[in-house]
Write a protein of this length. Structure first.
Length: 229
């Protein structure tokens, strides 16, 4: 709120929950906690006794994706992927709803689950076996022949402060964003889009100049208002 991190209660009672982790993940967290002297699981590297800023985490994820030459992915997209994958591997909806903090199973199914073709085929087979009493032929598992390829990360270039950021969000679509702080202390963000990185960079330059001019005008108006009797 107003540029400051606040700790608040979750939106629903179901969001207050205990999540059971796998032994492998638990061991990794245990080792991590031995190296961190803070009441926060992920403390801020800059501020004492403060959590890590979510905006900094999002920025780091964006940098990792860019270096790996991947499309833009939000943290919430990882949640969608987890829900769908959990159902594919047989986790029942009620348990899954408790894990992700939903009040009801219908929320999980209606909002967060994208039914895959494999799940649809399994559902159709169960109907034939149970209701139709049909013997459904078992599909022979297809062997996947994976070929190893050489992968190189793109180290990229660090952008200078105040120049915004550009990320690829589609096969032929780039997004540019500029998020300066205004005279009121609040951060404001605007986006531009281009079909090439060069087009997006040019649009971003215009956007930055426009927003800087707007902020300067607002500051000038505030100074003039403060000098009035």
């Amino acid at each position: 709120m107003r540029g400051k991190l606040t700790v608040s209660q979750p939106k629903t009672d179901a969001a207050v929950r205990t999540i059971v982790l796998s032994p492998a993940v638990t061991e990794q967290l245990r080792r991590y906690r031995e190296q961190v002297d803070s009441r926060w699981i992920f403390p801020s590297p800059k501020k004492e006794d403060a959590p890590r800023d979510p905006a900094a985490v999002r920025k780091l994820l964006s940098q990792v994706l860019k270096r790996a030459q991947c499309l833009k992915v939000r943290f919430h997209d990882l949640r969608h992927t987890f829900v769908t994958t959990a159902l594919e591997y047989g986790m029942d909806v009620k348990t899954l709803s408790a894990v992700v903090g939903h009040r009801s199973s219908s929320t999980t199914l209606n909002v967060y689950t994208h039914v895959t073709k494999a799940m649809e085929r399994q559902a159709a087979a169960k109907i034939d076996q149970g209701i139709g009493k049909q013997e459904v032929p078992q599909e022979e598992p297809q062997e996947k022949h994976l070929t190893m390829t050489t992968f190189w990360t793109d180290p990229g270039k660090r952008r200078k402060p105040g120049t915004g950021c550009v990320n690829q969000i589609g096969d032929h679509l780039w997004e540019g964003r500029y998020s300066p702080g205004g005279p009121d202390g609040k951060q404001r963000s605007r986006n531009v889009y281009g079909h090439t990185p060069e087009e997006c960079e040019e649009k971003l330059k215009v956007l930055i100049e426009t927003m800087k001019a707007e902020i300067q005008a607002e500051r000038r108006q505030l100074r003039e208002a403060g000098n009035r009797p």
